[in-house]
Write a protein of this length. Structure first.
Lengths: 167, 523
């Protein structure tokens, strides 16, 4: 049985392989900056790293909802710089391999790997590796790096100013 | 020379008259002195006789009043002294005074002795003759004085005769002088009065309306006659000028009389028209009076109707006030319901916040359960534990969601009910307010109506009063018209009088025109 995480974006339902998911969290407050990539909703700090939030609707080029407080974020394993925002996480569903209907041709995006029949509406199983183009991935990386550097510089300067005030 | 003669004649006459007067007075004085002396002598003699009679008869009525006799004798002698002009006479009179005094003293002594009962002594004194000597001396002096006075009187009379003769001559001379002077004066006066004759002649000519023009008498004398002549000339000139002016005025009067006559005719025509107008106005006034009376009756009916409507308005107003009060009570109750609803709403909101929090917890729990399920999808014992945890949490989450949903639905229902209550309350409030507004509007309308009715009532009463005043005014107008008619009549009569006066003026003008004076001026 394959654990699949079922999510909803707009009126469409999608699924992720459970093993590809590191964690599901609720979206915190996001930092934004002028000139950031249109792919991003914003960034948040997770430990020492800055994570870019990318809406799944934008990646799949489908209509989705605006960023809301406590929207679910999917942290994929291996992805250190990106979290995928969905409208709703419906749960983890175990399904047999036979129930997966692979898509042999590209339909509405190359990340859709298979289709699942769950309920009245179809569910597309996504391959996380194919969600971003290479270029898009580079953009994300660069954006995150730039923001992190900028933030580090600001924090250093703040520390320096604090030091001067104390003296 | 004539004047000197006159003055001399006058002086002589005056002196003669003065001398004549002196002589007469001297004569009179002498006569008076003699009379006074004789009177004193008689008094003294009488007193002596009375003394002897009293001494020998003892009759009191013979007793002389010594004091009175003394006073009278001395008074007579004093009179004589004042009258006499001769110093010698004065001496004699003084002597007589002394003798009389002594004699009277003797008399007094004698009487006193007799009254004291000393009759013999009294007789002795009488017989002694001292008193007699005094009397003899007295008589002698008196005789001398009288003789002297007679002589003086004779001399005065002679002077009088002489002066009388002189006076006669003077009178004759005076008469002659008077005649001569009168003749001369007459000639002088006649010469001085000749210009006056000329003036008289000139005045006669002016009286006959004959103005001489420049032919006026000229007198160069600088006296009253010259002044009179000059004044007469001025008067003649002024009279001529005056007559000329009178002629001019007469012509003006003629023109004025003609104009006056024309005006009188115009006035008479205007009066006729005025009279017609007055009659028309009078008829109109009567019609107005009649319509005013009818209007007054109608307005009276309206006033009565308005009064009853006013009372109905008052009752309606009271009913509206009651309705407004009841509406206010309902509004208060609705307001309290609304307040309770608001409080309920707040509580629902509070519950909803709690539900929202629970929802959040549920969501987080769901996320935890999902993560647990993802972890459970792995292998190992921990995965199984996570699976159980995920499952239990999933159940909890599901139940929580269901409960939350149910609570949410219930809250929604409550909110919707509250909303419906609020809406119903608002609707009720609106209706109550609408009703209140309507009631107040009705009250205002009724008040306005009542006020209008009252105003109308007042207006009607004012109209009635105005109509009454109009009636009175019309009556006054009618009276005024009557007075105007009478005045017009008087004016007409006055016009007739003016017409007559104009005719009189015209006749007077004709008389003036035909007068000799103005004819002379015109010629």
């Amino acid at each position: 049985m394959i654990p699949l995480l079922l999510v909803r974006v707009g009126e469409s339902r999608y699924a992720f392989y459970g093993r590809e998911i590191d964690e599901v969290i609720l979206c915190p407050h996001l930092e934004t900056y002028d000139g950031q990539s249109e792919l991003l909703d914003g960034l948040f700090r997770l430990g020492e790293s800055w994570i870019a939030v990318v809406p799944l609707a934008r990646l799949l080029d489908i209509p989705g909802s605006e960023l809301g407080h406590y929207d679910p974020l999917i942290l994929l394993k291996g992805e250190t710089v990106m979290a995928i925002r969905v409208d709703k996480v419906e749960g983890v569903q175990r399904m047999g391999i036979d129930e997966l209907k692979p898509l042999l041709s590209v339909e509405d995006g190359h990340a859709r790997a298979a289709r699942l029949d769950l309920g009245s509406e179809p569910v597309y199983l996504l391959t996380s590796a194919d969600l971003l183009l290479a270029t898009e991935r580079k953009v994300l990386h660069r954006s995150t790096e730039l923001y992190a550097q900028r933030q580090a510089r600001a924090e250093e300067e703040l520390e320096h100013l604090k030091g001067e005030t104390m003296s | 020379m004539l004047l000197t003669a006159l003055v001399t004649f006058g002086l002589a006459t005056v002196l003669t008259l003065v001398s004549f007067d002196d002589a007469i007075s001297h004569s009179e004085n002498s006569r008076s002195v003699s009379a006074q002396v004789r009177h004193a002598e008689q008094l003294l003699t009488l007193a002596v006789s009375q003394e002897r009679g009293y001494l020998y008869t003892g009759q009191n009525e013979l007793l002389p009043d010594i004091n009175e006799t003394r006073r009278d004798v001395l008074m007579a002698l004093s009179e004589a002294e004042e009258l006499t002009t001769w110093p010698e006479q004065d001496g004699r009179l003084r002597q007589m005074r002394e003798l009389a005094t002594k004699r009277l003293d003797t008399l007094e002594k004698t009487v006193a002795l007799f009254e004291a009962g000393k009759t013999d002594e009294a007789r002795v004194l009488v017989e002694s003759g001292s008193g007699n000597q005094y009397m003899l001396d007295f008589h002698r002096e008196a005789e001398d004085i009288v003789l002297t006075e007679r002589r003086l009187m004779r001399e005065a009379n002679q002077s009088i005769s002489q002066l009388s003769g002189s006076l006669k001559i003077l009178i004759v001379l005076g008469i002659l002088a008077l005649v001569v002077l009168s003749f001369l004066w007459l000639r002088m006066v006649r010469a001085r009065l000749a210009p006056l004759e000329l003036c008289v002649e000139r005045a006669r000519q002016v009286a006959n309306n004959n103005f001489p023009g420049t032919d006026l008498p000229v007198v160069f004398a600088d006296d009253e006659v010259g002044s009179l002549t000059g004044s007469l000339n001025e008067m003649t000139s002024a009279l001529y000028r005056g007559a000329t002016k009178v002629e001019a005025v007469r012509e003006q009067v003629q023109l004025t009389a003609l104009s006056l006559s024309d005006r009188v005719i115009e006035q008479s025509t205007a009066l006729t028209q005025l009279s017609s107008g007055i009659q028309e106005i009078s008829a109109t006034v009567q019609e107005l009076n009649l319509s005013a009376s009818q209007m007054s009756a109608k307005v009276k009916g309206l006033v009565d109707g308005a009064a009853s409507r006013g009372k109905a308005g008052v009752r309606g107003l009271n009913a509206v006030d009651e309705s407004v009060k009841a509406t206010a009570k309902v509004r208060d109750q609705v307001q309290s319901v609304a307040d309770f609803t608001v409080h309920l709403n707040e509580k629902a909101a509070q519950v909803e916040r709690i539900v929202f929090f629970v929802n959040e917890l549920t969501e987080r729990s769901n996320i935890l359960s999902i993560n647990a399920a993802l972890l459970a999808a792995g292998s190992g014992e921990e995965s199984a534990a996570f699976g159980v945890l995920a499952e239990e949490m999933q159940k909890l989450t599901s139940r929580s969601k269901d409960s939350t949903l149910e609570i949410h639905e219930t809250l929604q229902t409550i909110r919707s009910q509250i909303q419906r209550v609020v809406m119903a309350t608002e609707e009720t409030t609106k209706q109550v307010e609408a009703g209140d507004n309507a009631a107040q509007q009705a009250a205002r309308s009724i008040r306005v109506l009542k006020d209008t009715v009252d105003e109308g009532n007042d207006t009607f009463l004012q109209i009635v009063a105005a109509v009454r005043q109009q009636n009175q005014a019309l009556e006054q107008v009618e009276q005024a018209l009557v007075a105007m008619r009478e005045s017009a009549q008087l004016v007409e009569e006055g016009s007739l009088s003016l017409k007559e006066d104009a005719a009189v003026l015209a006749s007077l003008n004709l008389e003036l025109k035909n007068s000799d004076l103005l004819k002379a001026v015109r010629s």
